[in-house]
Every structure is written in C-alpha cells, then in structure tokens.
Design a protein around this ligand. Structure first.
Ligand SMILES: Nc1nc2c(ncn2[C@@H]2O[C@H](COP(=O)(O)OP(=O)(O)OP(=O)(O)O)[C@@H](O)[C@H]2O)c(=O)[nH]1
Ligand SMILES: [Mg+2]
Length: 346
C-alpha cells in the first residue's frame, strides 16, 4: 500500500515521515526538490508465529510505502503538478494538520485547515471534470460517462468530496479511470504538542472529519520522530514514559488498514512465509493477482487453511488429515488470516 503525506507547508509532514519510517529527512528547510520516499514493514505477530513453525529461508511482512510531498505555502493556490502526481499515485492520503502554535505565534485551526485543504482537492477534480465534460458535450455524447461526470460536477459544486459520493456499480470503472484526488480515502493526522499526545483529537475535528468520511488521529510528530531515531530496544521505555503504548507507526498502520478496509492473507512454505494485503470482499483470483499476475490470469483454485485451525493443529499435514484443508473456486471471498495456496495454469 502506498500513502501520501499531504497538507500545507510547515505542518510537520516531513517530521511525521521521519517518525513513521525512522529516516532523517531534512525538516523545516522549506521546499525540497524531491518528495521523500520510505517503507515500513507492517508488524504482524501471526507472521512471526507462522515463521516459527515453517522456519523458512525468508520471512516477509506486508509493507506500507510513504511519499512525503512538500505542501502549498498559501491557501487556495491549488496543488502543483508534481504534488498532484504523487497524490494520484497514492492509494490513500494522510493530510497532516497543524495542532501546535505556528512559528509566527498563530493559534492552530485544524478544522479550517482540513476544510481548506479539501477545497484544494475539490478544485482540482472539478477542473478535470469540467474539461472532460466540455469535450463530451461538444460531441453530444450521452451515456454512462457523461451522466457520471455530470453527477460528479454537481456533487463537487456543493463542496463535497467525491469520496462521499454514492456510486452505482457500473459507474465505478468510469470514475476509477480519472484518478480523482478527492475520492482517495483520507486520514487526517493532527500534529499536536507533546502534552496533548495522549489525548483524543478534539471532537469538533472528529465531526468535521466524519462529515467527509475522513478519520482523525492525533500524534506528536516531533517526539515520535525522536523515538523512531532511537535504537529499537530503547524505544519501548521512552514510549512508556510518555504514556504511549505503541509508536506512531503502529497506530498509523491500524488507522490506514481500517480506513482502506484492508485484510491480510498469508502464503507459507519452506522458502518463504509472507503476508499480503488485499481489500475486504476481494475474491480469490484478485488476491492471487497480488502475489503474481500469472496466478490471477491462470487461476484454477485456492487451497485455504484457516489460521486458527492451523495453529490449533500445528501442521499442514494435520490440517489435511483432519479434512480441514478447503478447496475454493474463483468466487471465494478471502478472509483476514487465510493461509492460501493458489493453483494456476498459464
Ligand atoms: N512546535 C512544534 N513544531 C513542530 C512540530 N512538528 C514539526 N514542527 C516544526 O515545524 C517545522 C516544519 O516541519 P516539517 O516537518 O519540515 O514540515 P513540512 O510539513 O514537511 O513542511 P514542508 O515540507 O515545507 O511542506 C519544523 O521546524 C519542525 O521542527 C510539533 O509537533 N511542534
Ligand atoms: Mg516537508
């Protein structure tokens, strides 16, 4: 999964990026030429447990990739080309909101900032829709594309992001082809001072978020970045002393998975034990495609072991003997924790 850290300049995006990835990208320096790129492994005790049983040559955790793009300095000025490109390439957006006093002494106003940033996304999508509609109208094109884009335009004109717009199944592919930024699932990260790091985000912000289908979490990016820079064995103690039970990265991962409705499945064997992510509701061939496109194309069936049964019985052999190995076809909906073996033919 790839998430983009977005928001206005000097809200702490790069500081958060460092907190999440343990990197030491330059902060406070203002506009950088290139976005920062980072990867974190998604910690998963189930992988550790599977790995202890299979003792594979390689253990691979799911990954969450981040891109940190510099934010616009002024409001209402729109997003520049490279920034938009990064947003389009991301599966989810995390908008960082300033929750600390500005360098000029200004009070934070995260609700307003969320509103303003969302407006930047809306304007961008509106321009895309209008351009395309102009063309379609000129061609007197009727049909699903025109109808869907007209509905989008009406929705956007009312100041609503496309992520909250209900769509009919046949409209989804039309929308998907445009990569609208206001349709990206979005998480708002309120960057708060240290003393607020254990508090829930203010209810006004949570409500403003809910109205836009945006989840909200609070984090003190500055402290978390310091923690992430420590050797791993010292991190726990530091977190404890702050009253935090886990690092920002773990909380971020949980929010992002919930937001995107992601689930994990596993592939196992003597060579590799590996975690993969897919969306809840995805069918077996789609999940196979996450592993390899050939497996999706030539999908025959999936052999499924349920994680609980596997752990209870202790080995693949026992699972088979007990008749607990399920053989599922292309309509099987993958569940969180499934151990899958794909049979395919290309
Ligand atoms: N007081 C305070 N300052 C912070 C906090 N987080 C970040 N800063 C400071 O705010 C400034 C900007 O931080 P960055 O992480 O570079 O902000 P950014 O959003 O990446 O900024 P651009 O890349 O210019 O868009 C730096 O001087 C940070 O030290 C915080 O929680 N509290
Ligand atoms: Mg930055």
């Amino acid at each position: 999964m790839k998430a983009a850290l977005v928001g206005y300049a000097q809200t702490g995006k790069t500081t958060l990026f460092n907190a999440l990835t343990g990197q030491a990208a330059t902060t406070g320096a203002g506009r950088q030429d290139k976005p920062n790129l980072g990867v974190i492994k998604v910690p998963d005790p189930r992988v550790d447990k599977l790995s202890a049983i299979y003792k594979p040559k390689k253990t691979v955790y799911a990954e969450l990739r981040f891109v940190d793009v510099p934010g616009p300095r002024t409001k209402g000025g729109g997003l520049d080309g490279p920034t938009l490109q990064s947003l389009r390439e991301a599966e989810a957006l995390a908008v960082v909101l300033r929750g600390f006093e500005g360098s000029d002494g200004s009070e934070p106003n995260p609700v307003r900032e969320l509103d303003d940033f969302e407006a930047e996304l809306l304007i961008n999508d509106q321009i895309v829709v209008e351009k395309r509609l102009e063309r379609l109208h000129k061609e007197h094109a009727l049909g699903i594309e025109t109808e869907t884009l007209e509905a989008c335009l009406a929705w956007l004109s009312e100041g609503r992001p496309l992520r909250t717009m209900p769509l009919r199944v046949e409209q989804e592919p039309v929308i998907a082809s445009y990569g609208f930024v206001s349709r990206r699932p979005m998480l708002a990260v309120l960057n708060v001072p240290e003393e607020k790091s254990t508090q829930q985000p203010p209810s006004g912000l949570v409500q403003a978020g809910a109205a836009r289908s945006v989840e909200v979490m609070s984090v003190c990016a500055a402290i978390e970045a310091e923690i992430a820079a420590l050797p791993v064995h010292e991190q726990g103690e530091f977190l404890d002393s702050l009253g935090l039970s886990e690092p920002a990265s773990a909380r971020f991962i949980r929010h992002a998975y919930a937001l995107l409705d992601y689930i994990s499945f596993f592939t196992v064997g003597p060579d590799e034990v590996r975690a993969w992510t897919t969306r809840r509701g995805d069918r077996a061939p789609h999940a196979a495609g996450r592993v390899h496109s050939d497996m999706e194309r030539g999908f025959i069936r999936a052999e499924v072991m349920k994680l609980d049964e596997f752990f209870a019985l202790g080995s693949e052999q026992r699972v088979k003997e007990q008749g607990k190995l399920r053989v599922e076809g292309k309509n099987y909906v993958v569940e969180d924790g499934d151990i899958l073996n794909f049979r395919f033919n290309v």
